[in-house]
Design a protein around this ligand. Structure first.
Ligand code: HEM
Length: 134
């Protein structure tokens, strides 16, 4: 189920986008240091296997985070993170109005990024968060 929904979401957005804008213009600058480590490519399918409390990966803005050790630490609670275990969580992350500190904290958990063809945001013509209603 996780695999199907993740792939569906990615497909939906990628079909809907026009290929015009630059990659980095589409998303907020999340970290200063993660770019140097963006060498591990992780597919949606691989992420979908890490979908439980002892092994929990989530995707935010096409980057993959291993939040297993963060579950009990998360100020919003473990349960809400587990709802997105193995899945795409960008809109939920943004919708909660996370602070700049929370955005910086993402870097601690970064493990890789999606291949270009599976991305929603960080690709030519990618989805712009500003297009979403508040
Ligand atoms: C690695 C990913 C995440 C990190 C590092 C993170 C970090 C944080 C931090 C530091 C806070 C405290 C408030 C703030 O500074 O903004 C917070 C609150 C919160 N987070 Fe996350 N978060 C993550 C993912 C998510 C996701 C995917 C959701 C899904 C909806 C979520 C939902 C919430 C909620 C609802 C709160 C508010 C708690 C409250 O004010 O009572 N978080 N998060």
């Amino acid at each position: 189920m996780a695999k199907v929904s993740s792939i569906f979401i990615s497909g939906f957005f990628s079909n809907a986008m026009a290929a015009t804008a630059s990659i980095e213009a589409n998303v907020p600058k999340l970290t200063t240091s993660s770019t140097a480590r963006e060498d591990r490519i992780i597919t949606l399918e691989e992420v979908s296997w890490h979908d439980h409390a002892r092994d929990c990966w989530i995707i935010i803005y096409d980057r993959v985070y291993d939040v297993t050790d963060f579950l009990e630490e998360h100020p919003g609670g473990a349960d809400i993170l587990l709802e997105y275990a193995g899945r795409e969580a960008s809109v939920a992350f943004r919708g909660c109005g996370h602070s700049a500190q929370a955005i910086r904290a993402l870097d601690r958990f970064f493990i890789g990024e999606l291949p270009m063809h599976e991305r929603i945001f960080r690709k030519p013509g990618g989805f712009r968060l500003n297009d979403l209603p508040e």
